[in-house]
Design a binder for this molecule. Structure first.
Ligand code: CA
Ligand code: CA
Length: 378
């Protein structure tokens, strides 16, 4: 049974074990995940602008395609949860069932709408635990519009703001005849960002997408490492890259996090973007009935009832393979913080910064920037 360590002990142990904190020795990056989606509806111009103004180094858009082949900035190919499409009678007949990466979904799909139609929709906040006050105010953006914002804000702030786009459901988009990769690279070229030193990372959960991109562009590529759940005993339930499902490669994301797997990833990527549980996991205590114990006694089960495990050596192994490490996703909500952090999101960032991560995907850029400042000055 793994020993539970107090947070201070964890940070101290990490600091002692790692002399060089990041791969390059530079300060870890703050990546504004979907803008600053903790405060404003994700993937909107206002959300990205706020992330930049709060000091994010990079802004992160997910990319999907419209029916007419335009890259738009959305987390999902479904429009139901993040837009007002369900309340638009003119689109009622577009509702249908469709398999996204093998899983049947029902709703309205981005690839059934032209850009002109998408532009009549308005964004809403998909998470019920976040402010709904901004629903209906913002359009859905194109990738090109976001690149223009990046340029404008870089000039205005005097900082070169980076862009960190993700190819969403790459294989599915290829099957639909709407592949993302060439259009993504064309957009970067148009905005002067298709070169080796450009402030760009492209990310994907599919190796196939990165291998295509490796042939198209010299910008840095990051392989995202998924994991959909932590079991009570602390082990990670991980699925497989969808391109592996198609090609018959039996490996899960977790099974690729070995020295050999990391070496293989280094052949087509410059970094990994792992779910943060791969670096510092957590576990739950269970009763005789096998159920998770409500550690803090608030009659709900969430991460406040979890205790941290000792860190894994994944950052160390990835750095040894020459890979950057950018874990996701850092959030402020109390129910998403393990008990060791005592409700302080800054404490979580500090633990990961001490581990030597090269950047963090954050929904709250202000908290991430403040935690980094604290880390660098103490
Ligand atoms: Ca993303
Ligand atoms: Ca609880």
């Amino acid at each position: 049974m793994k020993k539970y360590l107090a947070l201070a002990a964890i940070i101290a142990a990490i600091s002692a074990a790692y002399a060089a904190p990041t791969l390059t020795g530079k300060a870890p990056l703050v990546i504004g995940h979907r803008g600053t989606s903790g405060y404003l509806p994700d993937h909107t111009l206002a959300s990205y602008r706020m992330a930049i103004e709060m000091g994010a180094d990079y802004i992160e858009p997910d990319l999907v395609s419209t029916k007419d082949g335009i890259l738009i900035v959305r987390h999902e190919t479904t429009l139901k949860d993040s837009s007002d499409v369900a309340s638009r009678p003119e689109f009622a007949s577009r509702k249908r069932k469709f398999k996204i990466d093998g899983i049947e979904k029902e709703g309205w799909f981005t690839f059934d709408f032209t850009l002109a139609e998408i532009k009549t929709l308005r964004a809403i906040q998909p998470r019920s635990d976040r402010s709904q006050a901004y629903n209906g105010q913002f359009q859905i953006m194109t990738f090109d519009e976001l690149l223009t914002l990046r340029e404008e804000k870089s000039k205005e702030t005097g900082r070169e703001i980076g862009i960190y786009p993700e190819t969403k459901h790459s294989t599915l988009h290829q099957q639909l005849g709407l592949p993302l990769e060439e259009k993504l690279v064309a957009a970067l070229t148009k905005h002067g960002l298709n070169h080796k030193d450009a402030p760009v990372f492209i990310q994907s959960f599919e190796t196939h997408s990165l291998k295509i991109l490796r042939k198209l562009t010299p910008v840095k590529l990051v392989f995202l490492v998924d994991g959909h759940d932590v079991r009570p005993d602390g082990s990670i339930a991980a699925n497989r890259p969808y391109d592996y499902v198609i090609s018959g490669d039996p490996r899960s994301y977790a099974e690729m996090m070995t020295p050999a797997g990391l070496h293989e990833i280094r052949q087509f990527a410059d970094g990994i973007g792992p779910w943060k549980a791969y670096l510092i996991g957590w576990k739950y205590k269970t009763g005789a009935d096998g159920k998770i114990i409500d550690l803090n006694g608030d009659k709900e089960i969430d991460q406040r009832d979890a205790v941290l495990l000792a860190p894994t050596n994944l950052v160390h192994e990835a750095h040894k393979a020459g890979l950057l490490v950018h874990p996701f996703t850092f959030r402020n909500e109390a129910g998403l913080l393990a008990s060791d952090y005592k409700g302080k999101p800054e404490a979580e960032y500090l633990a990961y910064f001490a581990l030597g991560v090269d950047g963090v995907f954050s929904d709250f850029s202000d908290t991430a920037v403040a935690a980094r400042k604290h880390f660098l000055t103490h």
